[in-house]
Design a protein around this ligand. Sequence first.
Ligand code: GDP
Length: 326
Amino acid sequence: MGKKALVTGVTGQDGAYLSRLLLEKGYEVHGLFRRSASADVIGARLRWLGIIDDINLQDGNLTDLASLIRIMRDVKPDEVYNLGAQSFVKSSWQQPLLTGQVTGIGVANVLEAVRLECPEARFYQASSSEMYGLIQEPQQNEKTPFYPRSPYAVAKLYGHWMTVNYRESFSLHASSGILFNHESPLRGIEFVTRKITDGVVRIKLGMQDKLALGNLDAKRDWGHARDYVEAMWLMLQQETPDDYVVATGQTVSVRDFCRLAFSHVGLNFEDHVTVDPRFMRPAEVDVLLGDPSKAKEKLGWTPKTTLDQLVAEMVEADLGRLSTQS
Ligand code: GDP
Protein backbone atom coordinates (compact mmCIF):
# COMPACT_ATOMS: atom_id res chain seq x y z
CA MET A 1 0.00 0.00 0.00
CA GLY A 2 1.23 3.51 -0.83
CA LYS A 3 2.07 6.01 1.87
CA LYS A 4 -0.30 8.69 3.09
CA ALA A 5 0.75 12.31 3.52
CA LEU A 6 -1.05 15.21 5.15
CA VAL A 7 -0.03 18.65 3.91
CA THR A 8 -1.08 21.81 5.74
CA GLY A 9 -0.91 24.92 3.57
CA VAL A 10 -1.81 22.70 0.62
CA THR A 11 -3.30 25.63 -1.32
CA GLY A 12 -0.08 27.68 -1.12
CA GLN A 13 2.91 27.69 -3.46
CA ASP A 14 4.89 25.01 -1.64
CA GLY A 15 1.81 22.95 -0.82
CA ALA A 16 0.96 22.73 -4.50
CA TYR A 17 4.47 21.74 -5.65
CA LEU A 18 4.93 19.30 -2.76
CA SER A 19 1.55 17.66 -3.44
CA ARG A 20 2.47 17.15 -7.08
CA LEU A 21 5.78 15.57 -6.06
CA LEU A 22 4.08 13.25 -3.57
CA LEU A 23 1.41 12.24 -6.09
CA GLU A 24 4.16 11.41 -8.61
CA LYS A 25 5.74 9.21 -5.96
CA GLY A 26 2.48 7.33 -5.45
CA TYR A 27 1.35 8.89 -2.18
CA GLU A 28 -2.26 9.35 -1.14
CA VAL A 29 -2.26 13.10 -0.48
CA HIS A 30 -4.52 14.80 2.04
CA GLY A 31 -4.56 18.58 2.37
CA LEU A 32 -5.76 20.74 5.23
CA PHE A 33 -8.30 23.10 3.72
CA ARG A 34 -9.37 26.28 5.46
CA ARG A 35 -12.98 27.14 4.68
CA SER A 36 -13.57 30.68 3.50
CA ALA A 37 -15.98 32.70 1.44
CA SER A 38 -13.45 32.82 -1.41
CA ALA A 39 -13.05 29.04 -1.60
CA ASP A 40 -13.31 29.10 -5.41
CA VAL A 41 -10.03 31.02 -5.82
CA ILE A 42 -8.24 29.21 -3.01
CA GLY A 43 -7.62 26.14 -5.17
CA ALA A 44 -6.08 28.15 -8.04
CA ARG A 45 -2.53 26.80 -7.60
CA LEU A 46 -3.67 23.19 -7.38
CA ARG A 47 -5.74 23.76 -10.51
CA TRP A 48 -2.77 25.38 -12.30
CA LEU A 49 -0.75 22.20 -11.66
CA GLY A 50 -3.74 20.07 -12.68
CA ILE A 51 -3.90 18.13 -9.41
CA ILE A 52 -6.88 19.55 -7.55
CA ASP A 53 -9.00 16.46 -8.16
CA ASP A 54 -6.25 14.15 -6.90
CA ILE A 55 -6.07 15.65 -3.42
CA ASN A 56 -8.30 14.74 -0.50
CA LEU A 57 -9.16 18.09 1.00
CA GLN A 58 -9.78 17.95 4.76
CA ASP A 59 -11.82 20.70 6.32
CA GLY A 60 -9.83 22.06 9.26
CA ASN A 61 -7.72 24.87 10.61
CA LEU A 62 -4.29 25.19 12.21
CA THR A 63 -5.82 27.18 15.06
CA ASP A 64 -8.44 24.50 15.80
CA LEU A 65 -6.72 21.65 17.62
CA ALA A 66 -9.89 19.54 17.64
CA SER A 67 -10.01 19.63 13.84
CA LEU A 68 -6.38 18.54 13.62
CA ILE A 69 -6.88 15.67 16.05
CA ARG A 70 -9.92 14.49 14.09
CA ILE A 71 -8.03 14.63 10.79
CA MET A 72 -4.99 12.77 12.18
CA ARG A 73 -7.33 10.12 13.58
CA ASP A 74 -9.24 9.73 10.29
CA VAL A 75 -6.29 9.87 7.90
CA LYS A 76 -3.52 8.24 9.97
CA PRO A 77 -0.82 9.81 7.80
CA ASP A 78 2.69 8.39 7.47
CA GLU A 79 4.10 11.86 6.84
CA VAL A 80 2.87 15.29 7.93
CA TYR A 81 4.18 18.44 6.23
CA ASN A 82 3.34 21.62 8.12
CA LEU A 83 3.52 24.34 5.48
CA GLY A 84 0.50 26.38 6.59
CA ALA A 85 1.19 29.87 7.95
CA GLN A 86 0.46 33.54 7.75
CA SER A 87 3.54 33.77 5.56
CA PHE A 88 3.81 37.38 4.45
CA VAL A 89 6.37 39.23 6.60
CA LYS A 90 4.94 42.72 6.06
CA SER A 91 1.43 41.69 7.16
CA SER A 92 2.83 40.29 10.37
CA TRP A 93 3.21 43.83 11.73
CA GLN A 94 -0.43 44.54 10.88
CA GLN A 95 -1.66 41.24 12.35
CA PRO A 96 0.94 40.18 14.91
CA LEU A 97 -1.41 38.15 17.09
CA LEU A 98 -3.01 36.26 14.22
CA THR A 99 0.49 35.55 12.89
CA GLY A 100 1.46 34.21 16.32
CA GLN A 101 -1.65 32.03 16.48
CA VAL A 102 -1.26 30.51 13.01
CA THR A 103 2.48 30.59 12.29
CA GLY A 104 3.59 29.87 15.87
CA ILE A 105 0.92 28.15 17.99
CA GLY A 106 -0.34 26.39 14.85
CA VAL A 107 2.88 24.34 14.87
CA ALA A 108 2.28 23.28 18.48
CA ASN A 109 -1.27 22.27 17.54
CA VAL A 110 -0.06 20.04 14.69
CA LEU A 111 2.69 18.54 16.86
CA GLU A 112 0.18 17.78 19.61
CA ALA A 113 -2.24 16.18 17.16
CA VAL A 114 0.59 14.03 15.79
CA ARG A 115 1.81 13.08 19.27
CA LEU A 116 -1.68 12.09 20.42
CA GLU A 117 -3.00 10.36 17.30
CA CYS A 118 -0.14 9.19 15.09
CA PRO A 119 3.19 9.41 16.97
CA GLU A 120 4.88 7.17 14.40
CA ALA A 121 4.24 9.71 11.63
CA ARG A 122 7.18 11.70 10.34
CA PHE A 123 6.81 15.45 10.71
CA TYR A 124 8.23 18.31 8.65
CA GLN A 125 8.18 21.91 9.85
CA ALA A 126 8.56 24.73 7.33
CA SER A 127 11.04 26.94 9.13
CA SER A 128 12.40 30.07 7.53
CA SER A 129 15.59 31.97 6.84
CA GLU A 130 13.75 35.01 8.26
CA MET A 131 14.69 33.54 11.67
CA TYR A 132 18.28 34.73 10.99
CA GLY A 133 16.98 38.29 10.54
CA LEU A 134 19.76 40.57 11.69
CA ILE A 135 22.39 38.13 10.56
CA GLN A 136 25.03 37.01 13.05
CA GLU A 137 27.30 35.41 10.41
CA PRO A 138 27.84 36.40 6.77
CA GLN A 139 26.63 33.00 5.54
CA GLN A 140 24.01 31.22 7.60
CA ASN A 141 24.06 27.51 8.44
CA GLU A 142 22.23 25.27 10.94
CA LYS A 143 24.47 26.50 13.78
CA THR A 144 24.17 30.23 13.12
CA PRO A 145 22.37 32.04 16.00
CA PHE A 146 18.94 33.45 15.19
CA TYR A 147 17.86 37.10 15.49
CA PRO A 148 14.27 37.48 14.22
CA ARG A 149 13.23 40.91 12.94
CA SER A 150 9.45 40.64 12.45
CA PRO A 151 6.46 39.13 14.27
CA TYR A 152 6.48 36.53 11.48
CA ALA A 153 10.07 35.55 12.20
CA VAL A 154 9.44 35.43 15.96
CA ALA A 155 6.50 33.08 15.38
CA LYS A 156 8.58 30.88 13.04
CA LEU A 157 11.30 30.68 15.67
CA TYR A 158 8.77 29.35 18.18
CA GLY A 159 7.64 26.72 15.65
CA HIS A 160 11.24 25.73 14.95
CA TRP A 161 12.13 25.22 18.60
CA MET A 162 8.87 23.38 19.31
CA THR A 163 9.80 20.98 16.52
CA VAL A 164 13.26 20.44 18.03
CA ASN A 165 11.72 20.11 21.49
CA TYR A 166 9.12 17.51 20.46
CA ARG A 167 11.86 15.50 18.77
CA GLU A 168 13.94 15.57 21.94
CA SER A 169 11.04 15.19 24.41
CA PHE A 170 8.85 12.59 22.73
CA SER A 171 11.21 11.00 20.16
CA LEU A 172 9.00 12.19 17.32
CA HIS A 173 10.55 11.93 13.86
CA ALA A 174 10.34 15.72 13.52
CA SER A 175 12.57 17.69 11.15
CA SER A 176 12.84 21.40 10.52
CA GLY A 177 13.78 22.74 7.10
CA ILE A 178 15.22 26.24 7.27
CA LEU A 179 14.29 27.30 3.77
CA PHE A 180 15.65 30.47 2.24
CA ASN A 181 13.33 32.43 -0.08
CA HIS A 182 11.90 30.24 -2.81
CA GLU A 183 9.84 31.53 -5.67
CA SER A 184 7.97 30.33 -8.75
CA PRO A 185 5.11 31.32 -11.03
CA LEU A 186 2.86 30.23 -8.13
CA ARG A 187 4.36 32.73 -5.69
CA GLY A 188 1.79 35.12 -4.19
CA ILE A 189 1.65 38.53 -5.84
CA GLU A 190 2.52 40.29 -2.56
CA PHE A 191 6.06 38.90 -2.51
CA VAL A 192 8.67 41.01 -4.25
CA THR A 193 9.76 38.59 -6.98
CA ARG A 194 6.26 37.92 -8.27
CA LYS A 195 5.29 41.56 -7.84
CA ILE A 196 8.23 42.40 -10.11
CA THR A 197 7.55 39.78 -12.80
CA ASP A 198 3.85 40.69 -12.85
CA GLY A 199 4.77 44.39 -13.07
CA VAL A 200 7.29 43.78 -15.87
CA VAL A 201 4.65 42.07 -17.95
CA ARG A 202 2.00 44.73 -17.28
CA ILE A 203 4.47 47.39 -18.39
CA LYS A 204 5.51 45.38 -21.44
CA LEU A 205 1.86 44.96 -22.46
CA GLY A 206 1.12 48.66 -21.95
CA MET A 207 -1.22 48.04 -19.01
CA GLN A 208 0.86 50.28 -16.71
CA ASP A 209 4.06 52.33 -16.86
CA LYS A 210 5.51 52.33 -13.35
CA LEU A 211 6.25 49.75 -10.67
CA ALA A 212 6.46 51.01 -7.08
CA LEU A 213 8.72 49.01 -4.76
CA GLY A 214 10.29 49.42 -1.33
CA ASN A 215 13.90 48.72 -0.36
CA LEU A 216 15.82 47.90 -3.55
CA ASP A 217 19.03 47.18 -1.62
CA ALA A 218 17.66 44.18 0.29
CA LYS A 219 19.42 40.97 -0.72
CA ARG A 220 17.98 37.48 -0.70
CA ASP A 221 19.10 33.96 -1.56
CA TRP A 222 16.36 33.06 -4.06
CA GLY A 223 15.75 29.51 -5.29
CA HIS A 224 12.90 27.69 -7.06
CA ALA A 225 10.10 26.25 -4.89
CA ARG A 226 9.90 23.14 -7.10
CA ASP A 227 13.48 22.25 -6.12
CA TYR A 228 12.95 23.07 -2.44
CA VAL A 229 9.96 20.76 -1.88
CA GLU A 230 12.22 17.87 -2.87
CA ALA A 231 14.46 18.71 0.07
CA MET A 232 11.40 18.56 2.36
CA TRP A 233 10.57 15.07 1.16
CA LEU A 234 14.20 13.91 1.44
CA MET A 235 14.33 15.04 5.09
CA LEU A 236 11.48 12.71 5.97
CA GLN A 237 13.13 9.77 4.18
CA GLN A 238 16.16 9.89 6.50
CA GLU A 239 16.47 7.41 9.34
CA THR A 240 17.01 10.17 11.88
CA PRO A 241 15.23 13.52 11.98
CA ASP A 242 17.35 16.66 11.84
CA ASP A 243 17.41 20.33 10.81
CA TYR A 244 18.65 21.50 7.43
CA VAL A 245 19.32 24.77 5.65
CA VAL A 246 17.95 24.76 2.10
CA ALA A 247 19.38 27.53 -0.07
CA THR A 248 21.32 28.22 -3.26
CA GLY A 249 24.39 29.80 -1.63
CA GLN A 250 24.06 32.97 -3.73
CA THR A 251 22.55 36.30 -2.78
CA VAL A 252 21.12 38.95 -5.09
CA SER A 253 19.61 42.39 -4.47
CA VAL A 254 16.01 43.34 -5.27
CA ARG A 255 17.55 45.84 -7.70
CA ASP A 256 19.42 43.09 -9.56
CA PHE A 257 16.31 40.91 -9.63
CA CYS A 258 14.53 43.87 -11.28
CA ARG A 259 17.36 44.27 -13.77
CA LEU A 260 17.11 40.60 -14.79
CA ALA A 261 13.30 40.56 -15.05
CA PHE A 262 12.99 43.80 -17.05
CA SER A 263 15.81 42.85 -19.40
CA HIS A 264 14.07 39.52 -20.11
CA VAL A 265 11.48 41.51 -22.09
CA GLY A 266 13.96 44.06 -23.45
CA LEU A 267 13.18 46.85 -20.95
CA ASN A 268 15.42 48.94 -18.70
CA PHE A 269 14.21 48.76 -15.08
CA GLU A 270 15.48 52.27 -14.28
CA ASP A 271 12.85 53.71 -16.65
CA HIS A 272 9.98 52.15 -14.70
CA VAL A 273 10.80 51.33 -11.06
CA THR A 274 9.99 53.93 -8.39
CA VAL A 275 10.59 53.72 -4.65
CA ASP A 276 7.57 54.14 -2.39
CA PRO A 277 7.99 54.30 1.42
CA ARG A 278 4.69 52.41 1.79
CA PHE A 279 6.56 49.23 0.90
CA MET A 280 9.33 49.72 3.46
CA ARG A 281 9.24 47.69 6.68
CA PRO A 282 9.47 48.84 10.32
CA ALA A 283 12.54 46.60 10.67
CA GLU A 284 14.33 45.18 7.65
CA VAL A 285 16.26 42.00 6.99
CA ASP A 286 19.03 43.48 4.84
CA VAL A 287 20.70 40.37 3.54
CA LEU A 288 20.34 36.59 3.68
CA LEU A 289 22.77 34.03 2.30
CA GLY A 290 22.40 30.35 3.08
CA ASP A 291 24.98 27.60 3.29
CA PRO A 292 23.32 24.41 1.98
CA SER A 293 26.39 22.16 2.58
CA LYS A 294 24.67 19.90 5.10
CA ALA A 295 21.65 19.29 2.83
CA LYS A 296 24.04 18.48 0.00
CA GLU A 297 26.14 16.10 2.07
CA LYS A 298 23.40 14.30 4.04
CA LEU A 299 20.39 14.48 1.69
CA GLY A 300 22.24 14.57 -1.62
CA TRP A 301 20.19 17.68 -2.44
CA THR A 302 21.30 20.51 -4.70
CA PRO A 303 19.21 23.21 -6.35
CA LYS A 304 18.57 22.53 -10.04
CA THR A 305 17.21 25.87 -11.24
CA THR A 306 19.47 28.89 -11.76
CA LEU A 307 18.31 32.42 -10.95
CA ASP A 308 18.20 33.27 -14.67
CA GLN A 309 15.96 30.26 -15.32
CA LEU A 310 13.73 31.18 -12.37
CA VAL A 311 13.27 34.76 -13.57
CA ALA A 312 12.60 33.62 -17.14
CA GLU A 313 10.02 31.05 -16.02
CA MET A 314 8.20 33.59 -13.83
CA VAL A 315 8.13 36.32 -16.49
CA GLU A 316 6.97 33.87 -19.16
CA ALA A 317 4.20 32.55 -16.92
CA ASP A 318 2.96 36.09 -16.22
CA LEU A 319 3.13 36.84 -19.94
CA GLY A 320 0.93 33.81 -20.56
CA ARG A 321 -1.53 34.85 -17.84
CA LEU A 322 -1.79 38.52 -18.74
CA SER A 323 -1.60 38.35 -22.55
CA THR A 324 -5.06 36.84 -22.60
CA GLN A 325 -6.38 39.76 -20.49
CA SER A 326 -4.80 42.73 -22.29
P1 GDP B 1 10.54 38.00 2.66
O1 GDP B 1 12.03 37.85 2.57
O2 GDP B 1 9.85 36.77 3.14
O3 GDP B 1 10.12 39.21 3.41
O4 GDP B 1 10.04 38.12 1.12
P2 GDP B 1 9.50 39.37 0.26
O5 GDP B 1 9.52 38.91 -1.15
O6 GDP B 1 8.20 39.87 0.80
O7 GDP B 1 10.58 40.52 0.49
C1 GDP B 1 11.93 40.34 0.14
C2 GDP B 1 12.68 41.64 0.28
O8 GDP B 1 12.27 42.54 -0.73
C3 GDP B 1 12.45 42.37 1.62
O9 GDP B 1 13.68 42.82 2.11
C4 GDP B 1 11.58 43.55 1.24
O10 GDP B 1 11.78 44.71 2.07
C5 GDP B 1 12.09 43.83 -0.17
N1 GDP B 1 11.13 44.61 -1.00
C6 GDP B 1 11.40 45.75 -1.67
N2 GDP B 1 10.30 46.21 -2.27
C7 GDP B 1 9.29 45.34 -1.97
C8 GDP B 1 7.90 45.30 -2.31
O11 GDP B 1 7.37 46.16 -3.00
N3 GDP B 1 7.19 44.23 -1.84
C9 GDP B 1 7.76 43.25 -1.07
N4 GDP B 1 7.03 42.21 -0.67
N5 GDP B 1 9.06 43.29 -0.72
C10 GDP B 1 9.82 44.33 -1.16
